[in-house]
Design a binder for this molecule. Structure first.
Ligand code: ADP
Length: 216
């Protein structure tokens, strides 16, 4: 078996739920209570919603920061797509993302909220903090990762798989594959198995886009 080309961890829904509980507990134990949770879209949506559930916070907003293009490749500067149209004066805000990698999304989202929404305080929380590369340390984090790894979260399994396969096709320069060849190659490159339903959806998208030709 070949060594995986990038380090990928396949994340389950149960793991996400467990991390959300731990993140919520960290906030609680710090003696601080948010009035509003702001999810950084799109990765922060699920953890933010779960933290709201556990902490019984009813005000949930989001701010979308664009940054990453293809899976595991930076393609653009982090920027806010739709400006936040509300004032949050006097509110304590908990800004949540799934993972703090470079830290750029959190930095940009926080600055944007400070300027536009002017809350009393903003604290930041994530499930994973890649301390090896991040420019900032979130106020609350569940796991510190000392080595860079791509966390394949369950809410973007099709998107990541599509991008990962596109990378295989691009780097091998080979467009025609049988399903089983491609699944085997994928497992070798990434060291994970995303299951038939996800593979099929990714194949379909790549065939429609003319990137992939399936044999058989
Ligand atoms: P942050 O500001 O949280 O460090 P980045 O700007 O580096 O985030 O990345 C933006 C988004 O891209 C993350 O919120 C996450 O959804 C996704 N992402 C970045 N790095 C990773 C990774 N190593 N594993 C999984 N998803 C990632």
């Amino acid at each position: 078996m070949a060594v995986p080309k990038i380090r990928v961890k396949l994340v389950t829904w149960d793991e996400v739920h467990g991390w959300a509980f731990r993140l919520a507990r960290l906030v609680e134990e710090s003696g601080w209570r948010p009035d509003v949770v702001v999810a950084i879209a799109r990765g922060g949506y699920v953890p933010a919603r779960l933290v709201c559930d556990i902490l019984d916070v009813h005000d949930l907003l989001s701010v979308q920061v664009l940054h990453w293009g293809r899976a595991a490749e930076i393609t653009a500067e982090a920027h806010v797509k739709y400006p936040v149209p509300v004032k949050l004066e006097g509110k304590r805000v908990l800004l949540i993302d799934d993972i703090c990698d470079t830290g750029d999304s959190i930095i940009v989202a926080k600055k944007h909220l400070e300027e536009r929404a002017a809350p009393a305080e903003i604290r930041t929380g994530v499930m994973q903090w890649i301390s090896a590369v991040a420019k900032i340390k979130p106020d609350y984090y569940v796991e510190e990762l000392r080595d860079w790894v791509w966390y394949q979260y369950p809410w973007c399994r099709v998107e990541d798989t599509t991008n990962f396969i596109e990378k295989i096709v691009g780097e091998t320069g080979r467009k025609e594959w049988t399903r089983s060849e491609l699944v085997e190659e994928f497992k070798e490159w990434y060291g994970i198995d995303v299951g038939e339903e996800v593979f099929e959806e990714a194949f379909k998208k790549l065939v429609e886009r003319g990137v992939l030709v399936l044999k058989e």
